[in-house]
Design a binder for this molecule. Sequence first.
Ligand code: ADP
Length: 449
Amino acid sequence: MFKRILIANRGEIALRVIRACRELGISTVCVHSTADADGPWLEWADERVCIGPGPSAESYLRIDRIIAAAECTNADAIHPGYGFLAENAEFATVCRDCEIAFIGPSPEAMALLGDKVSCKRMARKAGTPVFPGTEGAIEDPEEARTVAAEIGYPVIVKAAAGGGGRGMRVVEDEASLMEAIESAAQEASAAFGNGSVYIEKYLAKARHFEVQTIGDGRGDAIHLFERDCTSQRRHQKLVEEAPAPGVDPEKRAAVCESASRLIAAAKYGGAATVEFLMDDKQDFYMLEVNTRVQVEHPVTEMITGVDIVKEQIRVAAGNPLSVRQDQISVNGHAIECRINAEDPDRNFMPQAGLIETFDPPGGLGVRLDTHARSGYRIPPNYDSMIGKLIVHAPTRDEAISRMLEALRQFRIGPMKTSIGLHRRLLDRPEFRTFDFDIKWVEHWLAEQD
Ligand code: ADP
């Protein structure tokens, strides 16, 4: 097992990794920027190293400084968390070259699944359901036209290297196809240095369904069932829950198994999420694979009892997974609300500054993953998420009631947060009966303006 892990991240996920390391008897080093010098999570690390100023390009994204910090502190592994360098194959390669274990997949597996075209090709082979569309990147405009006509409009043009919704165009008819391909390719090449784009069927009404998997890096993988993340605003998830409500058990089993087959086939080591869209007939289509631990991993931990971060660490150290597929079952229902310091009434403007009041909720089945507390000053440089409130209860209805009470008892001030928005959202009949798709929350918010 590792002796010392360097955490190349900040905030709640840095704290989450510290907790897992402590339980495994591993000491921790946290790197941080000058803007995070007072970060409460740093108090719980065994060592800390400042790697640069506030802007992440000068600190959390600096591979050279992070590696230097790992070498100076004798860390034998690096946990990248999510965001920043977590899905950067070059970083994983540099770690390997420096003989520091990267807690995540090999650079090869990351590149294979991170590129949407190669990932889709591999998924087809593994029997993971994908969107109908072009086989690979578009080479010939005629082929694009034929494929789009075959699958039927609307279609969507997407970037092979895509991320954050860039290089994506919905196309309603053949007349606008060529222009969409060109502009998507240009945007993708500017954003990712790779202008490859492909076409797939566009689903106008869909739910977001994702399968948590863990691979051992040697061709074996398990899944920890699924999460539903249909409540989104601008493709940012707001509420996540597990299991996904109302899905046919046989279809659900088939898609979960197909996800772990894909991860096994890629000889992937560590946690990965296979994301799907599900239509109203409960047919599934793979969107992409995220090659990292995700923000919403706690809901899966609550219903399965598996500590996903500890499994990541075990696998990266060359140990087998600690659980077999037949030992994993779903217990109850879990919901997570992302607590963001932003003002829903002012176009979700991020709120930096001093937290004066921080009264967290508690009680049976209530979990709070946060680095915030009263007296903490939120720096303006990073993501506005200051915590995740997670509840676990025997049924979805009880979980909603538990969450509503936990939100009611959660006080943060003086800045605005997403707490009030979550209270209104969870109280909606559409949410209770789970009668909505990925566009609904945004429509509902627009109606309130
Ligand atoms: P990115 O990596 O840029 O975030 P994704 O492939 O994850 O791209 O897609 C982002 C979002 O775009 C999805 O969550 C979904 O809302 C929408 N989307 C992508 N592909 C389709 C599709 N084929 N049909 C309908 N919506 C889609």
